[in-house]
Design a protein around this ligand. Structure first.
Ligand SMILES: Nc1nc2c(ncn2[C@@H]2O[C@H](COP(=O)(O)OP(=O)(O)OP(=O)(O)O)[C@@H](O)[C@H]2O)c(=O)[nH]1
Ligand SMILES: [Zn+2]
Length: 350
């Protein structure tokens, strides 16, 4: 599903004044650069993981942005080119000179009328929406909006329903599975060996859904996101402290995203500051592309069709009517109803 989406970083490819001067040598700039993966951003300082492509051990490197990158935002999940002191030694600081092409960008606007959008995570392929089944009560509108943001970004959605020891996951499953959203359900069980006396089950099902992927976790306060992330990434607490240890600032001062490596391969990107998405940037036509069958049917809609419940002659209604049998009709009706609900969440229509 990944696709290259243009964003504010694209301005770096426009030739500047400098670029029009004839070059004496045909040599790529910074040919000696190494690649780093951005795991954290804290007030102009970037924490990167540098692999062994330059012959050295994998290590954590601290870097700043080269002046030539201007206001381009570098975010968690970005792959970048680094020059300067890339040793990762205490007190060393490298320079980021290039951002590699992104396979996806997750964006948000502050609210639905704010035209200014920010990229918050790059190169992720899955959005994990952590929702408690009770305490706090699930908010379907928030889930709907996360689904829209993820599908618009070309990402898959994993709905993680926590606290199944307190309530039945059935009704929420029924709202989201028709959209193609994957669902995992977890609960807390007593565990005499765990430090706090509890374990999360079934952790293997969550691990399977994350294996080898880059997954962004979002969720409201109290839903059990930290509990889950700490169970998945045993050294998460230590790892989130890395940037702050280096800068000497206290822990938990940063609310920006942090990438944590999963023991079995893949990444969890935790986003402490992100609890909702403004969706001002989302175009209906673009969102429809995430639902191939609906997109094909909607090609027959009248011009300017909103595809919502009250849209006259929407071809999606005919598609349900024209089902070959009852089972198909029920499945199509459920899919259309769920699609219309998330679509309505985008515009604030009820
Ligand atoms: N009953 C029950 N409680 C859980 C479960 N998972 C987590 N909790 C509890 O829910 C509370 C909130 O969990 P956290 O992991 O701190 O929630 P969070 O989403 O990270 O919230 P913030 O830290 O505020 O962002 C804690 O008291 C957990 O022990 C679960 O599956 N069942
Ligand atoms: Zn329509």
């Amino acid at each position: 599903m990944a696709r290259r989406v243009p964003d504010e970083s694209d301005f770096r490819s426009r030739p500047g004044k400098r670029g029009s001067r004839p070059r004496t040598k045909q040599r790529p700039e910074h040919a000696d650069a190494v690649t780093g993966f951005v795991t954290g951003v804290d007030r102009g300082r970037y924490t990167l993981l540098v692999g062994d492509d330059d012959g050295a051990e994998e290590r954590t490197v601290l870097a700043m942005k080269a002046r030539e990158l201007g206001r381009t935002r570098i975010v968690c999940g970005d792959r970048v080119d680094l020059v300067g002191d890339v040793s990762g030694d205490d007190g060393s600081l490298a320079r980021i000179v290039r951002i590699q092409d992104r396979s996806s960008v997750l964006r948000r606007t502050a609210d639905d009328t704010d035209p200014y959008e920010r990229v918050i995570v790059a190169n992720a392929d899955q959005l994990v929406v952590v929702t408690a089944l009770a305490e706090p009560e699930p908010r379907t509108r928030m889930i709907d909006r996360c689904v829209v943001a993820a599908y618009d970004a070309g990402m898959d959605v994993l709905l993680c329903l926590t606290k199944a020891d307190l309530a039945d996951p059935g009704p929420l499953r029924a709202l989201y599975e028709p959209l193609g959203v994957s669902v995992v359900v977890t609960r807390r069980v007593p565990d005499g060996l765990a430090p706090d006396g509890w374990a999360i089950e079934p952790l293997d099902a969550v691990r399977d859904a994350l294996a080898g992927r880059t997954s962004v976790f979002v969720g409201h306060s109290g839903v059990g996101k930290s509990t889950l992330v700490n169970a998945l990434v045993p050294d998460a607490r230590r790892a989130t402290g890395v940037v702050n240890d280096v800068t000497g600032r206290g822990r938990h001062t940063s609310t920006s995203a942090v990438a944590l490596r999963l023991p079995g391969g893949g990444w969890v990107i935790d986003t402490p500051g992100v609890r909702s998405f403004g969706l001002a940037h989302v175009q209906v036509d673009h969102l429809l592309k995430a639902f191939e069958d609906l997109d094909a049917v909607a090609a027959d809609c009248p011009r300017g069709c909103t595809h919502l419940d009250d849209a006259p002659d929407c071809a999606l209604d005919e598609w349900v009517e024209a089902s070959p049998d009852d089972a198909t009709r029920a499945a199509r009706a459920a899919r259309l109803e769920s699609f219309r609900r998330v679509l309505a969440s985008r515009t604030g229509a009820a």
